[in-house]
Design a protein. Structure first.
Length: 360
């Protein structure tokens, strides 16, 4: 079977959002034919976890000290592609397979990529090269070579239903069994910080034992600080006039996500700038709104158009003034702490949204 015919899939999984890939023990025939893997995704923690699972399964029962060689990573001063190629072309000794791992593969230069692409044209049968994304974009020539010769493991979590499915898949394949209420609590608490999921599940297994049934009461002590939330969680709550939910999202962005107050202000400013551009624009459809806003998708444009109509010109202008005042306050015009400035702003914007809904 040609390795090049099996690109972009995850063995034993359910696509990019599925559970960890299943590679065979060292020396197995079919997966041993895949000479290179590229592990990529948006969350570096999740990417690192998926790469670790892949390498563990490629190694199988062999001694990692004998068959795994790693290069790169955040602590490495430089990435020596010559040493990588040498490792890839060194025959396996005392083991059936060598696994060569290159971390932060985005640090590879175009010349480095060309050397690895040349190697992949005639790879050593007993070597598996694992490229872990990070440190920048993977050079296009190398990405194309991986597409021809190997497989891409997409560790992207996604959003909305895709994220919920990702979380469900990983909980289901984890070391303990969470009931539906515990899964919902965990999902809400983690927010965007899904990289913490593995640690929580491992801690539960260490405490209650593998395969233990976990409910909300057993889960709660292991949650720690609430994770961050997506920017649209804040803007959606503000647009709905739900002050409590909006303030909760704000706190999670500042505390759980470590977002700088000026970054949060920029998110709100961009949102209201879109509403201002649509106000009086004459847009009558989501597609027209998307064109005006320069958006590829009509879905967020539909939400922006509806909210612009609900608020009306006067309230949008008031919101812009509130944002300008908050910007000055964050830059030193007020003695209030930054968090308090944003809380006041979010509360006032939420109240404006409620007034707009009531006015309709």
């Amino acid at each position: 079977m040609s390795a090049g015919s099996r690109t972009g899939t995850r063995p034993g999984g359910s696509g990019p959002a599925g559970p960890a890939p299943r590679a065979p023990a060292a020396g197995a025939s079919e997966e041993g034919e895949v000479p290179v893997w590229l592990v990529k995704g948006e969350d570096p923690i999740v990417v690192a976890q998926e790469a670790h699972r892949l390498v563990t399964e490629l190694v199988g029962e062999a001694d990692p000290a004998l068959c795994v060689e790693e290069f790169g990573g955040p602590t490495a001063d430089q990435l020596d592609v010559g040493a990588v190629v040498d490792a890839c072309t060194t025959p396996a000794f005392l083991v059936a397979r060598r696994v060569v791992v290159v971390r932060d593969a985005g640090r590879l230069t175009a010349a480095d990529a060309a050397r690895l692409a040349a190697y992949l044209e005639d790879p050593l049968a007993t070597t598996v090269l694992v490229l872990v994304a990070g440190g920048g974009a993977i050079p296009a020539a190398l990405a194309r070579a991986v597409g021809r010769a190997g497989r891409v493991l997409d560790a992207s979590v996604g959003t909305g239903k895709a994220r919920a499915q990702w979380l469900s898949d990983h909980v289901r394949s984890g070391p303990v069994r969470l009931d539906a209420e515990a899964v919902a609590r965990l999902s809400d608490h983690l927010g965007e910080d899904v990289g913490r999921l593995a640690g929580v599940l491992e801690a539960l297994a260490a405490t209650y034992g593998p395969g233990a049934a976990i409910g909300p009461d057993e889960l709660e002590p292991f949650l720690g600080a609430a994770g961050s939330v997506a920017p649209w969680d804040l803007t959606d709550a503000v647009d709905a006039g739900e002050m409590g939910r909006a303030l909760g999202a704000l706190r999670r962005m500042l505390e759980g996500g470590g977002s700088h107050p000026l970054v949060v202000l920029a998110i709100l400013h961009r949102h209201y700038r879109q509403l201002l551009r649509l106000d009086g624009s004459g847009a009558t459809s989501p597609e027209q709104a998307a064109d005006i806003l320069g958006m590829r998708s009509a879905f967020p444009a539909r939400k922006a158009l509806a909210q612009s109509r609900r608020l009306g010109s006067a309230r949008i202008a008031r919101a812009i003034r509130l944002l300008a005042d908050a910007d000055l306050a964050l830059r030193g015009a007020s003695a209030l702490p930054s968090e308090a400035v944003l809380e006041v702003l979010v509360a006032r914007l939420s109240r404006l949204a409620r007034q707009g809904t009531a006015g309709r």
